[in-house]
Design a binder for this molecule. Sequence first.
Ligand SMILES: *Cc1c(COP(=O)(O)O)cnc(C)c1O
Length: 389
Amino acid sequence: MSADTYGPATRAIHAGQGADPATGATITPVYLTSTYTQRGIGEDVRYEYSRTGNPTREALETCLASLEGAEHGLAFASGSAATAAVLSLLRPGDHVVAGDDLYGGTYRLFERVWRPLGISFSYVDARRPEAIAEALGEATRLVWIETPSNPLLRLADIAAVAGVTREAGVPLAVDNTFATPCFQNPLALGADIVVHSTTKYLGGHSDVVGGAVLTSDAELHEQMKFYQNSAGAVPGAFDAWLTLRGVKTLSVRMQRHALNAFLLAAHLRDAAWARDVVYPGLRDHPQHELAARQMRGFGGMVTFTLPGGRQAADAFVRRLRLFSFAESLGGVESLICHPATMTHAAIPPDERAARGIGDGTLRLSVGIEDVGDLVVDLEQAAAPLARGS
Ligand SMILES: *Cc1c(COP(=O)(O)O)cnc(C)c1O
């Protein structure tokens, strides 16, 4: 169906997901097959081998492309594989300008896998579009930003950055994992490529790892599709189906994630035991106005710091009953992580400190539970801190 005239909640449920042509199945079947029987030599076939194409994966690719307002979608076995697909556009000698507040695994991929292959990277404060403009050079072939960023929830003004990259003729890739297409559409703001870890909010239930790349640029899409088939980091049919099933409820989940996150952020801001509460939906977030302009919701992530450093953070997470102390984010259940030793452990300590990720910094992925229960959990875990023990 041509779903693009429908609203995002409708597209999440219907785009790419018409009744199955073979059986009429209302829900896209899990096509568990590696190969497809062909009639004879030289006949046109829609599918030949599942690394190259699979109907369940295609339904997911079509749906995600529709949600981002993109012409083309590619699904990958993880968000990191999706990132690698974008990096496959580069050749030795090329230069990348990236934001300095990136997902730790993305930074590791840049520095430990692609830099040794002859690609250079410059990291700048993506809150300042002029810093990106200044870092562009003759060899720059890609600009990469994450907004809101992880874990400090800093924003890049996508339209302003896209103005810079357009002028320079360099493609702009935006990792939209934190905002989701429900709250932010980078392509509509001028970006060329959107990347997702579908492991997070898109899948939404912490039961599947995946990634996606969406673009309306036919040439970039062709190159990355060639890479997808050649390198083969594709999701299996069942993983694609699980992700698609999660995506159907993206809109209602995100509304609840954002509401709960706002209420928890407001609570933490007023709590004596927490410092430096960061949530783009709070009026005192330094980029609240940009967030309100560029996003349709402020997301489900909240970052704050315990003054007692690593020891206080450790005691706090051990006492929590509802929040799971775990990596990842975006599931229906609430999670808490310690970026310095978990998601951002790959970043050297001095560099981490310079970026504002302290030993007492904790990141919440606020789930969709009853928010009162979440408040009670945080408070009971903080009670000994408040007493100064
Ligand atoms: C998790 C994450 C990734 C990597 O995705 P995987 O599915 O874990 O490979 C990339 N970017 C962001 C912002 C993430 O949160």
